[in-house]
Design a protein around this ligand. Structure first.
Ligand code: PLP
Length: 347
Protein backbone atom coordinates (compact mmCIF):
# COMPACT_ATOMS: atom_id res chain seq x y z
CA UNK A 1 0.00 0.00 0.00
CA UNK A 2 1.28 3.50 -0.66
CA UNK A 3 2.66 5.31 2.39
CA UNK A 4 0.13 7.56 4.10
CA UNK A 5 0.57 11.13 2.94
CA UNK A 6 2.17 13.12 5.75
CA UNK A 7 3.55 16.62 5.83
CA UNK A 8 7.23 17.17 6.49
CA UNK A 9 8.21 16.22 10.03
CA UNK A 10 9.36 18.96 12.35
CA UNK A 11 11.12 18.55 15.64
CA UNK A 12 8.79 19.01 18.62
CA UNK A 13 9.70 21.42 21.39
CA UNK A 14 11.87 19.68 23.99
CA UNK A 15 11.76 20.11 27.76
CA UNK A 16 13.96 23.08 28.72
CA UNK A 17 16.46 20.91 30.61
CA UNK A 18 16.58 18.10 28.03
CA UNK A 19 20.05 16.81 27.18
CA UNK A 20 20.10 16.78 23.37
CA UNK A 21 22.93 14.50 22.33
CA UNK A 22 21.06 12.75 19.55
CA UNK A 23 21.80 14.73 16.38
CA UNK A 24 25.55 15.50 16.30
CA UNK A 25 24.88 19.17 16.88
CA UNK A 26 27.25 21.66 18.42
CA UNK A 27 25.97 23.09 21.71
CA UNK A 28 28.42 26.01 21.34
CA UNK A 29 26.33 27.43 18.46
CA UNK A 30 27.63 30.07 16.02
CA UNK A 31 30.67 32.03 17.20
CA UNK A 32 30.21 35.61 18.45
CA UNK A 33 31.36 37.16 15.15
CA UNK A 34 28.85 34.98 13.29
CA UNK A 35 26.00 36.06 15.58
CA UNK A 36 26.98 39.69 15.02
CA UNK A 37 27.11 39.18 11.24
CA UNK A 38 23.65 37.58 11.32
CA UNK A 39 22.21 40.47 13.33
CA UNK A 40 23.84 43.05 11.08
CA UNK A 41 22.48 41.58 7.85
CA UNK A 42 19.04 40.41 9.03
CA UNK A 43 17.31 43.67 8.09
CA UNK A 44 18.43 43.19 4.47
CA UNK A 45 16.66 39.85 4.35
CA UNK A 46 14.07 41.16 1.91
CA UNK A 47 16.69 40.54 -0.82
CA UNK A 48 17.64 37.12 -2.18
CA UNK A 49 21.32 37.98 -1.97
CA UNK A 50 22.86 41.29 -1.11
CA UNK A 51 26.31 42.85 -0.71
CA UNK A 52 27.78 39.88 -2.60
CA UNK A 53 27.71 37.87 0.66
CA UNK A 54 27.71 34.45 -1.00
CA UNK A 55 30.36 35.53 -3.52
CA UNK A 56 32.52 36.79 -0.62
CA UNK A 57 32.19 33.46 1.12
CA UNK A 58 33.22 31.62 -2.05
CA UNK A 59 36.27 33.87 -2.42
CA UNK A 60 37.32 33.30 1.18
CA UNK A 61 37.05 29.51 0.95
CA UNK A 62 38.78 29.42 -2.45
CA UNK A 63 41.72 31.50 -1.18
CA UNK A 64 42.10 29.49 2.00
CA UNK A 65 42.16 26.20 0.12
CA UNK A 66 44.05 26.99 -3.08
CA UNK A 67 40.99 26.43 -5.25
CA UNK A 68 39.54 28.29 -8.20
CA UNK A 69 36.17 29.84 -7.32
CA UNK A 70 34.25 27.87 -9.93
CA UNK A 71 35.22 24.68 -8.07
CA UNK A 72 32.92 25.73 -5.19
CA UNK A 73 29.11 25.71 -5.02
CA UNK A 74 27.51 27.18 -1.90
CA UNK A 75 24.33 25.58 -0.53
CA UNK A 76 22.14 25.97 2.53
CA UNK A 77 23.93 23.07 4.29
CA UNK A 78 25.47 19.94 2.82
CA UNK A 79 22.27 17.85 2.67
CA UNK A 80 21.18 19.39 -0.62
CA UNK A 81 24.42 18.77 -2.53
CA UNK A 82 24.58 15.29 -0.99
CA UNK A 83 21.14 14.45 -2.37
CA UNK A 84 21.75 16.20 -5.66
CA UNK A 85 25.07 14.42 -6.27
CA UNK A 86 23.50 11.02 -5.73
CA UNK A 87 20.49 11.90 -7.91
CA UNK A 88 22.81 13.19 -10.65
CA UNK A 89 25.29 10.31 -10.72
CA UNK A 90 23.18 7.23 -9.89
CA UNK A 91 20.30 5.67 -11.83
CA UNK A 92 18.78 2.26 -12.51
CA UNK A 93 22.03 1.46 -14.36
CA UNK A 94 24.55 3.27 -12.09
CA UNK A 95 24.75 2.04 -8.52
CA UNK A 96 25.46 3.61 -5.12
CA UNK A 97 28.13 2.14 -2.84
CA UNK A 98 28.30 3.01 0.84
CA UNK A 99 29.91 1.73 4.02
CA UNK A 100 27.69 0.13 6.66
CA UNK A 101 27.02 1.65 9.10
CA UNK A 102 27.36 5.12 7.61
CA UNK A 103 25.31 8.26 7.08
CA UNK A 104 22.18 7.09 5.27
CA UNK A 105 20.91 10.22 3.49
CA UNK A 106 22.81 9.37 0.30
CA UNK A 107 21.36 5.89 0.28
CA UNK A 108 17.86 7.33 0.52
CA UNK A 109 18.52 9.52 -2.53
CA UNK A 110 19.82 6.42 -4.35
CA UNK A 111 16.53 4.69 -3.61
CA UNK A 112 14.70 7.57 -5.29
CA UNK A 113 17.02 7.19 -8.29
CA UNK A 114 16.18 3.45 -8.28
CA UNK A 115 19.89 2.69 -8.15
CA UNK A 116 21.37 -0.59 -6.98
CA UNK A 117 22.68 -0.05 -3.45
CA UNK A 118 25.77 -1.88 -2.18
CA UNK A 119 26.34 -1.66 1.59
CA UNK A 120 29.86 -2.71 2.53
CA UNK A 121 30.46 -3.48 6.25
CA UNK A 122 33.22 -1.53 7.98
CA UNK A 123 36.48 -3.42 8.59
CA UNK A 124 37.35 -4.93 11.98
CA UNK A 125 38.98 -1.62 12.98
CA UNK A 126 35.74 0.16 11.95
CA UNK A 127 37.35 1.97 9.03
CA UNK A 128 35.85 1.93 5.51
CA UNK A 129 36.71 -1.20 3.51
CA UNK A 130 37.70 0.90 0.51
CA UNK A 131 39.06 -2.05 -1.52
CA UNK A 132 35.76 -3.90 -1.17
CA UNK A 133 33.80 -0.71 -1.89
CA UNK A 134 35.48 -0.03 -5.24
CA UNK A 135 35.09 -3.70 -6.23
CA UNK A 136 31.44 -3.94 -5.10
CA UNK A 137 29.67 -2.82 -8.27
CA UNK A 138 31.31 -2.54 -11.73
CA UNK A 139 28.51 -0.14 -12.71
CA UNK A 140 28.73 2.09 -9.64
CA UNK A 141 27.89 5.75 -10.22
CA UNK A 142 28.77 7.04 -6.72
CA UNK A 143 31.08 5.65 -4.07
CA UNK A 144 30.25 7.47 -0.83
CA UNK A 145 32.98 7.91 1.78
CA UNK A 146 32.06 9.70 4.98
CA UNK A 147 35.29 10.91 6.59
CA UNK A 148 35.22 10.87 9.59
CA UNK A 149 32.37 8.41 9.39
CA UNK A 150 28.99 9.13 10.91
CA UNK A 151 28.13 7.25 13.17
CA UNK A 152 31.47 5.67 14.18
CA UNK A 153 33.80 8.69 14.04
CA UNK A 154 36.42 6.54 12.31
CA UNK A 155 38.80 7.68 9.56
CA UNK A 156 39.69 6.77 6.00
CA UNK A 157 43.31 7.44 5.03
CA UNK A 158 44.35 9.58 2.08
CA UNK A 159 46.10 6.51 0.65
CA UNK A 160 42.74 4.72 0.59
CA UNK A 161 41.00 7.68 -1.05
CA UNK A 162 43.69 7.82 -3.74
CA UNK A 163 43.36 4.03 -4.15
CA UNK A 164 39.61 4.47 -4.65
CA UNK A 165 40.13 7.22 -7.24
CA UNK A 166 42.58 5.05 -9.15
CA UNK A 167 40.56 1.84 -9.00
CA UNK A 168 36.90 2.88 -9.08
CA UNK A 169 34.66 1.81 -11.97
CA UNK A 170 34.96 3.94 -15.09
CA UNK A 171 32.48 6.82 -15.12
CA UNK A 172 31.90 6.77 -11.35
CA UNK A 173 32.76 9.50 -8.86
CA UNK A 174 33.79 9.52 -5.22
CA UNK A 175 31.58 11.54 -2.91
CA UNK A 176 33.66 12.42 0.15
CA UNK A 177 31.45 13.75 2.94
CA UNK A 178 33.60 15.82 5.28
CA UNK A 179 30.87 17.10 7.62
CA UNK A 180 33.08 16.29 10.64
CA UNK A 181 36.56 16.83 9.18
CA UNK A 182 37.46 19.78 11.42
CA UNK A 183 37.07 17.62 14.52
CA UNK A 184 39.65 15.06 13.46
CA UNK A 185 42.90 14.29 11.69
CA UNK A 186 41.03 13.06 8.64
CA UNK A 187 43.12 13.95 5.58
CA UNK A 188 42.33 17.05 3.56
CA UNK A 189 41.57 15.91 0.00
CA UNK A 190 40.85 19.30 -1.57
CA UNK A 191 44.20 19.05 -3.38
CA UNK A 192 42.71 16.10 -5.28
CA UNK A 193 39.80 18.34 -6.29
CA UNK A 194 42.24 21.02 -7.44
CA UNK A 195 44.01 18.30 -9.46
CA UNK A 196 40.73 17.65 -11.33
CA UNK A 197 40.15 14.13 -10.01
CA UNK A 198 36.70 12.51 -10.16
CA UNK A 199 35.45 13.51 -6.72
CA UNK A 200 33.04 15.86 -5.04
CA UNK A 201 33.81 16.91 -1.46
CA UNK A 202 31.05 18.10 0.88
CA UNK A 203 31.67 20.55 3.71
CA UNK A 204 29.16 21.98 6.17
CA UNK A 205 28.94 24.74 8.78
CA UNK A 206 26.52 22.62 10.83
CA UNK A 207 29.10 20.87 12.98
CA UNK A 208 32.27 22.55 14.24
CA UNK A 209 30.92 26.00 13.28
CA UNK A 210 27.66 25.44 15.19
CA UNK A 211 25.38 26.62 12.39
CA UNK A 212 23.01 23.66 11.89
CA UNK A 213 19.98 25.94 12.29
CA UNK A 214 21.50 28.77 10.23
CA UNK A 215 22.42 26.63 7.17
CA UNK A 216 25.50 26.82 5.00
CA UNK A 217 27.64 24.24 3.22
CA UNK A 218 29.73 23.59 0.13
CA UNK A 219 30.03 21.13 -2.70
CA UNK A 220 33.60 21.28 -3.98
CA UNK A 221 34.57 19.68 -7.27
CA UNK A 222 35.45 20.13 -10.90
CA UNK A 223 33.05 22.62 -12.54
CA UNK A 224 31.76 19.96 -14.97
CA UNK A 225 30.84 17.72 -12.03
CA UNK A 226 29.20 20.54 -10.05
CA UNK A 227 27.20 21.56 -13.14
CA UNK A 228 25.43 18.18 -13.01
CA UNK A 229 23.92 19.13 -9.63
CA UNK A 230 22.34 22.33 -10.87
CA UNK A 231 19.17 20.91 -12.52
CA UNK A 232 18.11 19.58 -9.10
CA UNK A 233 17.93 23.04 -7.52
CA UNK A 234 19.82 26.30 -7.22
CA UNK A 235 17.93 28.03 -4.45
CA UNK A 236 19.11 31.33 -3.03
CA UNK A 237 21.29 31.13 0.05
CA UNK A 238 19.99 32.58 3.30
CA UNK A 239 22.12 35.74 3.49
CA UNK A 240 22.47 35.16 7.22
CA UNK A 241 24.08 31.78 6.48
CA UNK A 242 26.56 33.19 3.96
CA UNK A 243 27.52 36.14 6.18
CA UNK A 244 27.94 33.98 9.30
CA UNK A 245 29.96 31.36 7.42
CA UNK A 246 32.32 33.95 5.95
CA UNK A 247 33.27 35.50 9.29
CA UNK A 248 33.57 32.02 10.82
CA UNK A 249 36.13 31.03 8.18
CA UNK A 250 38.06 34.25 8.82
CA UNK A 251 38.64 33.41 12.51
CA UNK A 252 41.78 31.23 12.61
CA UNK A 253 41.25 30.30 16.29
CA UNK A 254 37.72 28.98 15.96
CA UNK A 255 38.37 25.46 14.68
CA UNK A 256 41.34 24.58 16.91
CA UNK A 257 39.63 25.90 20.06
CA UNK A 258 36.35 24.09 19.39
CA UNK A 259 38.07 20.95 18.28
CA UNK A 260 39.94 20.83 21.60
CA UNK A 261 36.82 21.52 23.67
CA UNK A 262 34.92 18.71 21.92
CA UNK A 263 37.87 16.27 22.04
CA UNK A 264 38.42 16.92 25.77
CA UNK A 265 34.75 16.27 26.55
CA UNK A 266 34.68 13.19 24.32
CA UNK A 267 37.85 11.74 25.85
CA UNK A 268 36.58 12.37 29.36
CA UNK A 269 33.42 10.42 28.45
CA UNK A 270 35.59 7.61 27.10
CA UNK A 271 37.39 7.45 30.48
CA UNK A 272 34.00 6.97 32.14
CA UNK A 273 33.02 4.24 29.65
CA UNK A 274 36.35 2.48 30.11
CA UNK A 275 36.19 2.67 33.92
CA UNK A 276 32.75 1.04 33.82
CA UNK A 277 33.69 -1.61 31.23
CA UNK A 278 31.22 -0.37 28.64
CA UNK A 279 32.24 -1.27 25.09
CA UNK A 280 32.64 1.72 22.78
CA UNK A 281 34.29 2.54 19.46
CA UNK A 282 37.07 5.12 19.84
CA UNK A 283 35.96 8.06 17.72
CA UNK A 284 37.72 11.10 16.21
CA UNK A 285 34.52 13.08 15.92
CA UNK A 286 31.69 14.62 17.93
CA UNK A 287 29.80 11.33 18.13
CA UNK A 288 30.68 7.80 19.19
CA UNK A 289 29.03 4.41 19.46
CA UNK A 290 28.45 2.26 22.55
CA UNK A 291 27.69 -1.45 22.39
CA UNK A 292 25.05 -1.78 25.10
CA UNK A 293 24.91 -5.58 24.90
CA UNK A 294 21.12 -5.34 24.81
CA UNK A 295 18.45 -3.97 22.50
CA UNK A 296 19.58 -0.43 21.76
CA UNK A 297 16.02 0.85 21.29
CA UNK A 298 15.25 -0.03 24.90
CA UNK A 299 18.33 1.83 26.11
CA UNK A 300 17.35 4.87 24.04
CA UNK A 301 13.80 4.79 25.48
CA UNK A 302 15.07 4.40 29.06
CA UNK A 303 17.49 7.31 28.59
CA UNK A 304 14.65 9.42 27.22
CA UNK A 305 12.70 8.76 30.41
CA UNK A 306 15.60 10.44 32.20
CA UNK A 307 15.42 13.41 29.83
CA UNK A 308 18.64 12.42 28.04
CA UNK A 309 18.08 12.10 24.29
CA UNK A 310 20.76 9.94 22.69
CA UNK A 311 21.07 8.98 19.03
CA UNK A 312 19.89 5.90 17.31
CA UNK A 313 20.94 2.40 16.29
CA UNK A 314 21.77 1.21 12.76
CA UNK A 315 20.10 -1.96 11.40
CA UNK A 316 23.48 -3.78 11.09
CA UNK A 317 24.19 -3.24 14.84
CA UNK A 318 20.90 -3.29 16.79
CA UNK A 319 22.64 -3.21 20.20
CA UNK A 320 24.88 -0.25 19.42
CA UNK A 321 23.72 3.31 20.07
CA UNK A 322 25.18 6.57 18.79
CA UNK A 323 25.82 9.34 21.30
CA UNK A 324 26.81 12.91 20.38
CA UNK A 325 29.27 14.93 22.44
CA UNK A 326 27.47 17.67 24.38
CA UNK A 327 28.80 20.15 26.93
CA UNK A 328 30.66 18.80 29.98
CA UNK A 329 27.51 19.45 32.07
CA UNK A 330 25.36 17.53 29.59
CA UNK A 331 27.81 14.64 29.50
CA UNK A 332 27.78 14.52 33.31
CA UNK A 333 23.99 14.00 33.11
CA UNK A 334 24.53 11.42 30.37
CA UNK A 335 26.97 9.45 32.54
CA UNK A 336 24.62 9.34 35.53
CA UNK A 337 21.62 8.34 33.42
CA UNK A 338 23.53 5.77 31.35
CA UNK A 339 24.91 4.03 34.45
CA UNK A 340 21.43 3.87 35.99
CA UNK A 341 19.97 2.45 32.79
CA UNK A 342 22.73 -0.14 32.39
CA UNK A 343 22.58 -1.13 36.07
CA UNK A 344 18.87 -1.91 35.71
CA UNK A 345 18.09 -5.35 34.25
CA UNK A 346 17.22 -5.29 30.51
CA UNK A 347 13.47 -5.06 29.91
N1 PLP B 1 26.71 14.57 6.15
C1 PLP B 1 26.82 13.99 7.35
C2 PLP B 1 27.80 12.91 7.52
C3 PLP B 1 26.01 14.38 8.41
O1 PLP B 1 26.12 13.76 9.58
C4 PLP B 1 25.07 15.42 8.21
C5 PLP B 1 24.19 15.85 9.30
O2 PLP B 1 24.14 15.33 10.37
C6 PLP B 1 25.00 15.99 6.94
C7 PLP B 1 25.84 15.56 5.94
C8 PLP B 1 24.01 17.06 6.61
O3 PLP B 1 24.16 18.17 7.38
P1 PLP B 1 23.80 19.64 6.89
O4 PLP B 1 22.76 19.56 5.84
O5 PLP B 1 23.32 20.30 8.12
O6 PLP B 1 25.07 20.21 6.36
Amino acid sequence: APAAATARRTRPAMPADAVLINANENPLGPCTAACEAIAAIAHKGGRYDIDGETAKLTTTFAKQNGLKEDYISVYAGSSEPLHFTVLAFTSPTRGFVTADPSYEAGMRAAMIAKAKISKIPLKADYSHDVKAMVAADPNAGVIYICNPNNPTGTLTTKEDIIYALENKPKGSILLVDEAYIHLSDAPNVLDLVAADKDLIVLRTFSKVYGMAGIRCGFAVGRPDLLAKLQPFGQNAMPITGSAAANVSLLDPELVPIRRKIIADTRNDTFEFLKANNYKYIPSHSNCFMIDTGRNGQQVIAAMREKNVFIGRTWPIWPNVVRVSVGTPAEMAKFKTAFKEVMDAPPT
